[in-house]
Ligand binder design. Structure first.
Ligand SMILES: NC(=O)c1ccc[n+]([C@@H]2O[C@H](COP(=O)([O-])OP(=O)(O)OC[C@H]3O[C@@H](n4cnc5c(N)ncnc54)[C@H](O)[C@@H]3O)[C@@H](O)[C@H]2O)c1
Length: 391
């Protein structure tokens, strides 16, 4: 749904195409300004390119960093070049646009497979990490990060309810998750129960109906992951107010509505539970160069909503934590970046680990926070960003 909205919005501010991309990912096609390219030229060829010598760092030390000084091929920037590049990696750029793929070209996400990643567990591990006997709900679970986190919950022993606006895709992926589980665990005594449900998370009536449907099918809910969300890029002075309300409606209201509905269910059962809100590193830092002030503010709200609810519900035995992913390579972002290698280089140049995250990088963190292994952790924000926010 968010995708349709993104396209419908094209040119709402008189630009074509409207920049829009999911998660934290910059809606950045023409990503690098001329000044930035000049800054990049200073990086010595022997430094194996942008990945190993972050351009921002190069820029900070004027291109004369440790690696640079070892090079014999280094070209010193002129005063004029230094001045023109100054600050260029720490600013938003209103000209950043990305052509969002049409609905019929949106790639399906794929469940993870393979021994040692998502396959049969053949190694000893902590019993408290298991989600055996739990029923988990993941909103936005038909695609991207939500799908793979839901799969991680299933591999860890939980039954799962996938909630999404796109019910058709949710049904398809529920089957994929069970099929993959069966293939990877041929000796499993009981295959997991994975169901698909429609909800618009920003609509309280839809949320209540969805929770009732899940409880009717699974008997209870123990865990919640709120992954439904999206971002758009508009310069703040031209952000259409209806778009901003829609963005906050899904990212903030949607998190609040699902969390409070599940909390009421847990309290009525007098049962403990654990929730994970999917925020973003954008809730703690300002991404550059794409302008996305309302998204950043929405994700900050998600993080503090988590902290606030964790205190309010601690006495009920309900834990609430937040995961703030960095730049993640989903099927959708992969499709966009295949055409934009420069853009990927620019993003990864700012990540200490030197790569974007894979959706499966969230499997462990989400399982840990939902499980009893983290029973004394509540109100935390776990950044899964390859170190981006540390620098
Ligand atoms: N991809 C990233 O790099 C990244 C980084 C940080 C945070 N995030 C956050 O992670 C979450 C998932 O992102 P993703 O990249 O997997 O996105 P995605 O678009 O691949 O998946 C989002 C899913 O949410 C569903 N959805 C959207 N609006 C909905 C609504 N109103 N009700 C119910 N379902 C709805 C969509 O149909 C889709 O299946 C988002 O909250 C996003 O902000 C993503």
């Amino acid at each position: 749904m968010s995708l349709q909205v993104g396209r419908a919005l094209r040119s709402a501010v008189g630009r074509t195409p409207t920049a829009r991309i999911l998660g934290n990912l910059p809606a950045s096609a023409a990503s690098t300004t001329r000044a930035q390219f000049r800054a990049r030229d200073w990086i010595p060829a022997t430094a194996a390119g942008f990945h190993t010598v972050p351009a921002a760092r190069q820029q900070q030390d004027g291109g004369y960093g440790k690696n640079a000084s070892k090079s014999t091929t280094e070209k010193k920037p002129t005063e004029e070049e230094l001045a023109s590049a100054a600050g260029s990696y720490a600013r938003t750029d209103d000209s950043i646009t990305v052509e969002y793929p049409p609905e019929h070209q949106l790639p399906s996400s794929k469940p993870v497979t393979g021994a040692g990643r998502a396959g049969a567990n053949v190694f000893p591990t902590l019993a408290t990490l298991s989600l055996q006997g739990k029923v988990g709900v993941v909103t936005g679970g038909a695609r991207g990060l939500g799908l793979v986190m839901g799969q991680g919950m299933v591999i860890s022993g939980a039954d799962l309810a996938i909630v999404d606006m796109n019910k058709e895709e949710a049904i398809l992926q529920a089957k994929n998750i069970v099929d993959t589980f069966r293939k990877d665990n041929p000796d499993a005594k009981r295959p997991p129960k994975v169901t698909a449900h429609y909800a618009d998370v920003s609509d309280p009536v839809s949320v209540e109906a969805c929770i009732a449907e899940i409880v009717a099918e699974h008997g209870k809910i123990d865990n919640l992951v709120t992954s439904a969300g999206f971002t758009e890029n508009f310069e703040a002075v031209a952000y259409p107010i209806d778009r901003m309300r829609k963005l906050w409606g899904v990212n903030v209201d949607g998190t609040y509505l699902f969390a409070t509905a599940v909390a009421r269910h847990l309290m009525a059962r007098d049962a403990k539970g654990s929730m994970v809100f999917i925020g973003s590193m954008s809730g703690a830092i300002v991404n550059v160069p794409q302008p996305q002030a309302p998204y950043n503010a929405a994700k900050a709200a998600v993080r503090h909503l988590c902290a606030s609810l964790s205190v309010e519900w601690a006495k009920a035995g309900i834990r609430v934590n937040c995961i703030s992913p960095g730049y993640m390579l989903t099927a959708l972002t992969q499709k966009i970046l295949d055409d934009k290698p420069d853009l990927k280089m620019q993003w990864t140049s700012l990540i200490p680990q030197g790569r974007m995250g894979a959706p499966e990088d969230l499997m462990g963190p989400v399982t840990f926070l939902l499980s009893d292994a983290s029973s004394y952790v509540t109100g935390a924000d776990l950044r899964v960003d390859g170190g981006y926010t540390v620098t």
